[in-house]
Design a protein around this ligand. Structure first.
Ligand SMILES: NC(=O)c1ccc[n+]([C@@H]2O[C@H](COP(=O)([O-])OP(=O)(O)OC[C@H]3O[C@@H](n4cnc5c(N)ncnc54)[C@H](O)[C@@H]3O)[C@@H](O)[C@H]2O)c1
Length: 258
């Protein structure tokens, strides 16, 4: 229970990796704010955590909307205590070939995964600064470092996440706030299904065949689970990582080695 007494903000927590992170941080003793635009599913996740005896609440926050973020964090601070942990996990995947780079898919990708993470950090850090302790973990991707065809927006946004991580780490270190990125490989969530569907449209490869091909390429021989990512995030929230900041950790079964 290394996070006992600390409140954590987890964005995009209604499903997938964010749900697993919420569950893991609750097991670690944190009071968890399950943040998502999907209010119904966020409430289900928070209720399931409360049923285990954890302290948790759902917050319907759109991370791209500053007013929504500011109001939501104020309410969370009143109900759970000042949040000292922020996991910027909310994400979207839209296939974007170059010709669609000015489309809404491009804007949405930048808004959710970069602007949203910045707004969350801006609204969350004053309380961390006052406490003299904080942790921010940003979700990058294998695509922060390598590119696949027609993923221009996702790849660019996730590369930006690493710059954002380094920049926040440099600025916030004097307040004892550590900022790191986790870069997942292929993790079994609905987002991976969306990638498979895009590959099918693009290359005509059926999602099952693509997943098998991808699995065969992973040295550890399996796709990742949301819990694989939650384990690494738990470490970056803990005192065990207190001398690590500005770094990115690839959690990908060895498919890409940095
Ligand atoms: N699944 C993978 O293989 C994989 C690989 C690399 C990186 N990632 C990253 O991990 C993170 C989580 O991915 P996942 O696979 O669990 O995705 P997911 O699609 O299952 O979940 C994403 C969640 O983010 C929420 N969300 C979207 N826009 C939002 C907004 N504006 N405000 C608040 N919430 C919003 C969605 O409602 C959803 O609940 C993302 O940042 C993703 O890019 C995932």
């Amino acid at each position: 229970m290394s996070l006992q007494g600390k409140a954590a903000l987890v964005t995009g927590a209604a499903q997938g990796i964010g749900e697993a992170v919420s569950s893991r941080l609750a097991q670690d003793g944190a009071a968890v704010a399950v943040i998502d635009i999907n209010a119904g599913k966020a409430e289900e996740v928070a209720a399931a955590l409360r049923a285990t005896g954890a302290q948790a609440l759902a917050a319907a926050i759109d991370v791209t909307n500053r007013e929504s973020v500011a109001e939501g964090i104020d309410r969370i601070a009143r109900e759970l205590g000042a949040p000292l942990i922020l996991v910027n996990n909310a994400g979207v995947y839209r296939s974007t070939p170059l010709k669609d780079a000015s489309s809404t898919a491009w804007d949405l990708s930048m808004d959710v995964m970069l602007k949203g993470a910045v707004i969350m950090a801006q609204e969350a850090t004053p309380r961390m600064v006052r406490a003299g302790w904080g942790r921010i973990i940003n979700l990058g991707s294998m695509m922060s470092s390598v590119a696949y065809g027609e993923d221009l927006a996702y790849c660019t946004a996730k590369s930006g996440v690493l710059g954002l991580t380094r920049s926040l780490a440099a600025e916030l270190a004097k307040h004892n706030i550590c900022v790191n990125a986790i870069c997942p490989g292929s993790i079994l969530t609905s987002m991976l299904e969306q990638v498979g569907e895009a590959v099918e449209r693009r290359d005509g490869l059926e999602p099952e065949s693509w997943l098998q091909k991808r699995t065969n390429e992973i040295p550890l021989g399996r796709l990742g689970t949301p819990e694989d990512i939650a384990n690494a995030i738990s470490f970056f929230c803990s005192e065990d990582s207190s001398y690590i900041t500005g770094q990115s950790l690839h959690v990908n079964g060895g498919i890409y080695q940095s």
